[in-house]
Design a protein around this ligand. Sequence first.
Ligand SMILES: [Zn+2]
Length: 244
Amino acid sequence: MFAFDECTTLHNTRPYQELALSRTYDWAIRCLDEHKKLTDQRANKPYQALFGVIQGAQYEDLRKKAAADLGGMSSSGIEFDGFGIGGALDKDSLGTIVGWVNSTLPQEKPKHLLGIGAPEDLFVGVENGVDTFDCVLASRIARTSSVYTMTGRFNVSNAPYVRDFNPIDDECDCYTCKNYTRAYLCHLFRGKEMLAGTLATIHNERFIVRLVDQMRIAIIDGTFAEMKKEFMGRYTHKSGQARN
Ligand SMILES: [Zn+2]
């Protein structure tokens, strides 16, 4: 679980970002103290890890200060088990900001990137030291008929798929791809059947899990850079992410 934090936006002023960071710092101490108390009370239950959240918006000094403060923080005799990187992260500065934070945080502790989930962004996170992610994106876009494939993202409710009897992605091993066609998904979306969003979500979630599985293997094999190049070449082979 995560300590309390204040999540600011890119539109907040610099003085406000400083104030918010100070509030997040104070909360981090209170969360460590409470975590120690609760951990002692539930000593017969499995330990729950507590992560601190690094804020600081787009400011290098604030991000590095937050990472140094929470990375070295100790209260009631305990430290954070890992760290979340949160707040204002636009696509263009994502890698830079994550790099500032992760180069400052303790190297041996896990780093989680909060709320980032687009395939291309997962690569940027991983190559800058992120270990885990969480994001609603895969299910949110699935509910509006947008599905991931190795050759890009497309809307399965569009006209070309009315009579397309292939699976969403013939390289996918998910329940949806094993049992249903694009044409059937297209029919479900057009009929406003709730099953449409469920089946598309099953596929998109599986796509993301398989993608990070492949990244992990590539890191172990020392081929991450090549794997990223190959994936991005196929995934963005047409303008944007669209397949059709
Ligand atoms: Zn699938």
